[in-house]
Write a protein that binds this ligand. Structure first.
Ligand code: PEP
Length: 254
């Protein structure tokens, strides 16, 4: 059985105190209301991580992650944060390849392959994002785009390393737009991704890979999306900033 995960991506939102407040509410609600074996993850700005890890201590249903890491081990990279630093404060996950990083910070599949290696080296689990733009979907290029993101970004890993990844299918046209992929559209791509993993590694590896859906997921549409056979949870942007909404999405697995 593969792990079910609902991960929140706070992006560049919530100051320090606001973040601690929302996280405390999330932990309390998860303790009281979540009955299944699903894991919740909050990927916060770097400044929150240490405190969130302390708040989540001793409670294995909620983990903390970062939203980026530099590909180098250390060095003269002013303003950057390394995977080793992230590991040293107790985070468990790092989002890599989010479409906003690809679009605004020019992150390529080649760079993301290096970041993936560094993050794995420090025993952190990448949540590796892939997905097509609207233009690519309209040109019927979405399967090719997703395949290249897999091949160039993560298929250099051996099966053991690959087993530590979480994948997130995030159609760029659905992120922050209020337009969600239909469950049929999402399932079609998730099934395609799993088949590609089986062809590259094995059916066993494919069956144990957690693949999240991201893009305007909310408490109303989560249950239908998560009921699809190849959708193992969500990567949640806007709705993860509101504790009630985020926990209601997590509870779609109860
Ligand atoms: C995201 O940024 O990963 C995301 C899915 O955002 P939203 O849920 O706001 O569409």
């Amino acid at each position: 059985m593969r792990k079910k995960i609902v991960a929140g991506n706070w992006k560049m939102n919530l100051d320090y105190n606001e973040g601690l407040g929302v996280f405390t509410e999330i932990i309390n609600m998860v303790k009281d209301e979540v009955t299944g074996a699903q894991e919740a993850v909050i990927c916060s700005p770097f400044i929150h991580i240490n405190s969130l890890v302390q708040l989540a201590k001793g409670y294995n249903k909620v983990s903390v992650g970062a939203q980026n890491a530099h590909q180098a081990e250390s060095g003269a990279y002013t303003g950057e944060i390394s995977a080793r630093m992230i590991k040293s404060i107790g985070a468990a996950y790092v989002i890599l390849g989010h479409s906003e990083r690809r679009q605004y910070f020019g992150e390529t599949n080649e760079l993301l392959a290096k970041k993936t290696d560094t993050v794995l080296k420090h025993d952190l689990r990448p949540i590796f994002c892939i997905g097509e733009t609207l233009q690519e979907r309209e040109a019927n290029e979405h399967f090719d785009v997703i395949k290249s993101q897999l091949v160039e970004g993560v298929f250099h890993l051996d099966a053991e390393q690959f087993g530590k990844l979480v994948l997130a299918y995030e159609p760029v046209w659905a992120i922050g737009t209020g337009v969600t992929a239909s469950s049929a559209q999402a399932q079609e791509i998730h099934e395609f991704i799993r088949k590609e993993i089986a062809a590259k590694y094995s059916q066993e590896v494919a069956d144990s890979t957690t693949i999240l859906y991201g893009g305007s997921c909310n408490p109303k549409n989560a249950a239908e999306l998560f009921a699809c056979p190849d959708i193992d949870g969500g990567l949640i942007g806007g709705a993860s900033l509101k504790s009630r909404d985020f926990v209601d999405i997590i509870k779609a697995f109860n």
